[in-house]
Design a protein around this ligand. Structure first.
Ligand code: TXA
Ligand code: MG
Length: 358
């Protein structure tokens, strides 16, 4: 056990002294958890091999799952990547700083520990004042996965990080809630056409329009179990999971909201008959339809950004309720909705698809 310092920091105008203290910790080879616009990251100096190794050990992360390099300016991209296609610059200049990560061919100096031995590197420039100040303060890119124990839901508050990593890392910068609540969109730009590796806050549709290009969306990027080919190493591990059994009620053949609600209700009734205690993750519009369950209202179906922001918090809450089983509703797979469904599918232990067409 080591002493973990939790330092409050203003998310919009980070205090210089606080950032300096965190930078000092990084320079000494320590680990610093910090807020980004997506989720909290667990940062290390990307040039310090021992610090990078510590990330894997404190997170209990499989050694073949590479990290993302965080830079503070588009111009730093060339320090870590090479053979950068021109549309990569075009895209990056439009979405950075922001919640999009690009996979590119790595430069020699990027440590194999960062990329888990791969010839490619994942890079992003985060749009969070605290993250940017930390990277600038260090003067090197920061290697950072999400600041959760491997397999757990990503942290969207400092409390989540404290729960998973207190006593194992030097500093936690508490900048309050993150902005989007789901991790960055990851695009592999080393292939033609580029491939979506993980959906995130910025929808593929929007990225395609921004740079006038086609992006391939493989089934695994939707989180579909049968398609879990290890194109991006992270996709083959179960993720985001509460310890409680989580059942995802997929829309499937349900043609309207009434039949879908019947589908969810019949699942609930099946478990009620077994005298089980049930939690249901449901939308503001639909929660009132369920009885004899604990309701976890996740947000409005009309605002998928709200749903995304609450997603990991609700998945963690499921475990605190002491229920036997949790059931989650599904959401529309458009824009950030694809990221929500990817995370829900990966978090769930069972997916039950509606087959009722009328
Ligand atoms: O929003 C985010 O991306 C957050 C914040 C902290 O920046 N970070 C994050 O990191 O979600 P992590 O480690 O939880 O997820 C990184 C994902 C993993 O699935 C990993 O397999 C993939 O990026 N990845 C990293 N390098 C890669 C590479 N060279 N090729 C393919 N996938 C890569
Ligand atoms: Mg992660």
């Amino acid at each position: 056990m080591i002493e973990t310092r939790v330092l409050k920091v203003d998310p919009i105008e980070p205090e210089k002294e606080v950032i300096s203290e965190a930078v000092e910790a990084l320079l000494r080879g320590g680990l610093v958890a910090f807020p980004t616009e997506t989720v909290y990251g667990l940062g290390a100096d990307s040039l310090n091999k021992e610090a990078i190794k510590k990330i894997y050990s404190v997170k209990e992360r499989p050694p073949d799952n590479p990290l993302i390099l965080h830079i503070s300016d588009l111009r730093e991209l060339e320090i870590v990547a090479e053979n950068i296609p021109s549309f990569a610059y075009e895209l990056a200049s439009k979405v950075w700083p922001g919640p999009v990560t690009f996979v590119l061919k790595k430069k020699h100096l990027v440590l194999p520990e960062v990329t888990a031995g791969l010839p490619t590197v994942a890079v992003r420039c985060p749009a969070h004042p605290v993250a940017l100040a930390l990277i600038k303060g260090l003067g090197n890119p920061i290697a950072a996965p999400s600041a959760n124990l491997s397999g757990r839901p990503s942290p969207t508050t400092a409390e989540h990080v404290i729960r998973d990593l207190s006593g194992k890392i030097e500093v936690i910068l508490d900048g309050g809630d993150t902005f989007f609540g789901v991790e960055s969109t990851i695009i592999n730009l080393t292939t033609d056409p580029p491939v979506l590796l993980r959906p995130g806050p910025i929808g593929v549709e929007d990225l395609e329009k921004l740079a006038n290009l086609k992006i391939l969306v493989p089934a695994f990027a939707k989180g579909l179990r049968e398609a879990e080919v290890a194109l991006s190493p992270g996709t083959k591990y179960r993720h985001y999971s509460p310890q409680t059994t989580l059942i995802l009620a997929e829309v499937g053949q349900c043609s309207n909201q009434t039949t879908y609600l019947e589908h969810v209700k019949s699942l609930i009734n099946e478990y009620l008959r077994k005298h089980l205690k049930i939690a249901v993750i449901c939308s503001r519009e639909t929660c009132s339809n369920y009885e004899n369950v604990i309701k976890l209202e996740i947000g409005s179906r009309k605002n998928l950004y709200e749903v995304a922001k609450n997603l990991f918090k609700k998945l963690r809450e499921v475990d605190e309720l002491g229920v036997d089983v949790a059931i989650s509703e599904s959401f529309e797979e458009r824009g950030i909705g694809l990221a929500i469904m990817n995370r829900l599918r990966k978090a769930s232990s069972r997916v039950i698809t509606c087959t009722q067409t009328r």
